[in-house]
Design a protein around this ligand. Structure first.
Ligand SMILES: NC(=O)c1ccc[n+]([C@@H]2O[C@H](COP(=O)([O-])OP(=O)(O)OC[C@H]3O[C@@H](n4cnc5c(N)ncnc54)[C@H](O)[C@@H]3O)[C@@H](O)[C@H]2O)c1
Length: 447
């Protein structure tokens, strides 16, 4: 395979083939200390595209650039034009701060996409894909994820896909189809379920899943916090769509509600502890007890509690809430036939008591960085990481809990998976967008 001479010659095949040498250093976890001179591109450049330039997107781009010496930010996309420059400035600053730690240094190319590759609006993701990226980072509000992921996979892109990956049943079905196609095409698909890449949590689950507490019977998990993102009051010049988008966490079609957007991280521990088995059904309660009743807090609840039922009498219990001035907790409490495990990553507690007493001593790591290190390494080695099915299933777990709480119905896995409830407009544009209704159990139908 000839070495490509210009960046535009770098097809994905060339990227993989040209990077045999880089694979060795990536496999060894080494980070080269230098980037190519300004004005010259490396032969093994990986062109990264970022869709969604907010807090997480900025972090993900930085982590992608740190993960691989050949990674450069080729294109960037956001719904709002003013989001781009601050994001790029933060990435540059992050790379500069990291330069002394043996990570690849910045250069004009690594973190500064050509202005022609800055895209804005609702079609920005497609223009970014068409600009010739190798790896796309999907970091918008989750309501857009299924559509963006499908377009990436259709175009043959490797993807980092922030969690949650959908907000409704049709979205999950689309993601499952994209996951199937990406596997078939040999593409990498790395989800943002970051605890799966945190060494202490991994060590704890390794113990639990290798019989540390015997057969796992119950898993209780919490994501109880005292607040969330501060909602933004409406400005007169904002359309309905802009107003909802700027407060996306508070609108169910965009975020899925906080059980899906945030607590899904803890719900993933239930899935993990049960070997990524899927439940038969769930029941739930939820409501909106303390949220200020102002329009910008949208139609989300502020608390949920869900009971998941699995084959063999196993149960998963989840509680999440956003209540100011109350106790916080983000833990998993697992009970098995030979003991129990308390895992509280926020507190650094990983303990098993029973037949096999154990206390975790594994050093911590930056799980966000680890995701990207593993993603790029897997691509370089020609064994693309792909957790597409798992990320869709965990997202559905959270969605079915929300559906059960909103309706008061018992919701089976199959009902959630086959749900016809499509949230949000068929096509997003900047015009009028009705306020989505607040769900009332017993009145809101299960669709
Ligand atoms: N893994 C984690 O621990 C973690 C942490 C934080 C956020 N997240 C997830 O990351 C995603 C983004 O969260 P965030 O905190 O960065 O939000 P954010 O509001 O800071 O950023 C979202 C960005 O996406 C842009 N955007 C919105 N719609 C778009 C569209 N259709 N096309 C292009 N750009 C669009 C917004 O303008 C904004 O700049 C969410 O899914 C969130 O759940 C994950």
């Amino acid at each position: 395979m000839p070495t490509p001479t210009t960046p535009t010659d770098l097809t994905r095949r060339a990227f993989l083939a040209a990077s045999a040498g880089a694979a060795v250093s990536a496999a060894a976890g080494a980070r080269p200390a230098s980037a190519p001179a300004i004005g010259r591109k490396r032969a093994d450049t990986v062109r990264v595209g970022l869709v969604g330039c907010g807090g997480r997107g900025t972090g993900a781009a930085l982590q992608a650039l740190r993960a691989d010496p050949g990674a450069e930010l080729h294109a960037i996309a956001d719904a709002f034009p003013p989001a781009i420059e601050p994001c790029l400035a933060n990435i540059r600053q992050g790379l500069a701060e990291n330069a002394g730690a043996g990570a690849p240094a910045d250069s004009e190319h690594r973190s500064s996409p050509d202005r022609a590759n800055w895209y804005t609006g609702f079609d920005a993701y497609q223009q970014l894909i068409d600009s010739g990226c190798d790896v796309v980072l999907l970091c918008t509000p989750p309501g857009f994820r299924p559509q963006h992921l499908a377009a990436c996979v259709d175009a043959g892109k490797h993807v980092f896909c922030e969690k949650p990956v959908a907000v409704d049943g049709p979205g999950v079905r689309s993601v499952l189809e994209s996951a199937r196609k990406s596997k078939e095409k040999g593409l990498a698909l790395m989800s943002g379920f970051c605890w799966r890449h945190q060494n202490q949590v991994r060590a704890c689950f390794d113990k639990v899943l290798s019989g540390g507490i015997g057969d796992v019977h119950t898993v209780q998990c919490t994501y109880n916090t005292t607040g969330w993102v501060t909602p933004k009051p409406r400005k007169p010049e904002w359309s309905d769509t802009e107003w909802q988008l700027r407060n996306w966490q508070y609108f169910v079609p965009l975020s899925g509600d906080h059980i899906v957007e945030q607590a899904v991280h803890a719900i993933d521990w239930i899935a993990w502890a049960f070997g990524d088995d899927t439940p038969t059904k769930c029941t739930a309660v939820g409501g909106r007890q303390t949220r200020p009743n102002v329009p910008e807090t949208g139609n989300v609840y502020d608390h949920f509690s869900v009971t998941y039922e699995y084959e063999g009498g196993r149960r998963g219990y989840h509680m999440c809430r956003h209540w100011p001035n109350t106790a916080s907790d983000n833990s998993a409490y697992m009970t098995g036939s030979e003991g129990n495990c308390i895992m509280s990553p926020w507190a650094g507690t990983h303990v098993i008591r029973g037949k096999n007493n154990w206390r975790g001593t594994t050093p911590g790591n930056d799980m966000y960085q680890a995701e990207h290190d593993e993603l790029f390494k897997s691509i370089r080695e020609g064994a693309p990481f792909n957790d597409g099915v798992r990320m869709a299933h965990t997202t559905l777990l959270a969605i079915m809990g929300r559906m059960a709480a909103y309706t008061g119905a018992e919701v089976t896995w199959d009902q959630a998976l086959n749900s016809q409830e499509k949230l949000g407009p068929a096509k997003w544009d900047w015009g009028p967008l009705p306020m989505p209704a607040l769900a009332i159990p017993g009145r809101t139908p299960l669709v």
